[in-house]
Design a protein around this ligand. Structure first.
Ligand code: CP3
Length: 351
């Protein structure tokens, strides 16, 4: 018999009835966890990603602590620019830094696309190691960056509030921008296919910065590449979740991507999104900042979300999550309060 956690997760994607929506948290393995910080005190970030034992160890910590229904492979969206040769490092505190950002056609021509699947082999290896350790207990997510977000980091060369170099380049050299995004999309598709083959049940595309674009920019630069990606993945039976932060204005076109579902940021009203997408999977969307509030407030907000999933679709096609990644200093009590509000019914049923 399938473990109830894995069963619940898979049911959200095949439309089966569920007792409640499955729960996992974006960025659930990370600096808010003491065990993760211990590992990072001894090992570099890329070393954790590259070593299947270490990456599985940190991916399991949130599952051991909280009643989550799915695991996400421990990796990063920036593995792709790294494998293309952009020399990505994570300094202490200041976020990613690219040694070779892409600003010109000759920068793009220098990208090392040949044999990229081989250089990224450690990611599907981490998935299959995680799968072996879970032995069917939880759902498994693979992930990659969406083309625009990877492009934004690759051009800017670091994090940014506005990604101005990237967004200007889209207009000053449209051909170059589209070519770069297609190269990134191809690499991400290859990676996700390998993750699915290695045991990921579902793959998520993180378009963290897509919300910076206008509706027409998103339609022109992002939707066609996302369509090709989702179509290829769907042929390989890998359901796709698309997360676009700040996408309230983009919601009308997200359906054109062909993604199986959408991960909603915290500013989108669940019932509005559900009216627009009655049978797509919707995921989200508790404000990650709310986890810093007292437990009763976290609990009340979580119950309101559960009420929305119950009243709209009897919890079907729904995945409970945050509206963006969990923040590094999040108190564990906030995560407990969210989890307890979700599992409250089960405890009562069993006790
Ligand atoms: O459990 C998990 O979800 C962990 C796997 C994971 C990481 N990054 C590990 C990580 C996932 C799914 C990501 C996605 C990711 N990476 C995104 C999209 C999601 C989002 O939050 O918007 C983005 C934009 C990145 C790029 C990135 N990686 C940045 C900007 C940074 C530095 C700042 C930060 O957010 O921590 C990273 C490094 C990174 N990736 C860390 C972790 C745990 C922290 C590294 C450390 O230990 O110092």
């Amino acid at each position: 018999m399938t473990d109830p956690r894995r069963h619940r997760f898979l049911s959200a994607f095949n439309g089966s009835p569920v007792d409640r929506p499955p729960l996992w948290l974006m960025r659930q393995a990370g600096r808010y966890l003491p065990g993760y910080r211990e590992v990072r005190a001894k090992h570099g970030f890329w070393d954790v990603c590259l070593n299947p034992e270490l990456s599985t160890h940190v991916a399991l910590e949130p599952l051991n602590r909280f009643p989550l229904d799915a695991a996400i492979v421990f990796s990063d969206i920036l593995v792709i620019p790294q494998a293309l040769g952009l020399d990505v490092t994570f300094g202490t505190g200041e976020g990613p830094q690219f040694g070779k950002p892409m600003r010109t056609a000759s920068d793009l021509n220098a990208w090392n696309t040949k044999g990229i699947a081989e250089r990224l082999k450690y990611v599907p290896q981490a998935v299959s190691h995680l799968k072996n350790r879970l032995n069917g207990s939880h759902g498994i997510l693979g992930f990659a960056g969406a083309p625009f977000t990877l492009f934004a980091y690759s051009v800017e060369g670091q994090g940014s509030d506005d990604f101005r170099h990237a967004r200007v380049l889209m207009h000053t050299d449209k051909k170059l921008a589209l070519k770069a995004m297609q190269t990134l999309a191809d690499a991400a598709t290859e990676l996700l296919l390998e993750e699915a083959k290695a045991g990921a049940d579902v793959v998520q595309l993180f378009d963290t910065w897509g919300g910076l674009l206008t509706l027409s920019e998103y339609q022109e630069f992002c939707v066609p590449a996302l369509q090709r990606m989702c179509q290829t993945l769907s042929k390989a039976n890998a359901p796709t979740l698309l997360f676009v932060k700040g996408a309230t204005h983009l919601l009308p076109v997200l359906g054109e991507t062909g993604a199986t579902g959408f991960s909603l940021d915290w500013r989108i009203d669940w019932r509005d999104a559900r009216r627009r997408y009655p049978t797509h999977v919707l995921q989200g969307n508790i404000d990650p900042v709310l986890l810093f509030a007292p437990p009763d407030i976290v609990s009340n907000q979580t119950k309101l979300l559960l009420q929305a999933t119950a009243e709209t679709t009897s919890h079907k096609h729904s995945v409970l999550n945050l509206g963006h990644g969990i923040l590094p200093k999040t108190p564990l009590e906030g995560v407990d309060a969210l989890c307890n509000a979700v599992t409250a019914g089960e405890a009562a049923a069993h006790g």
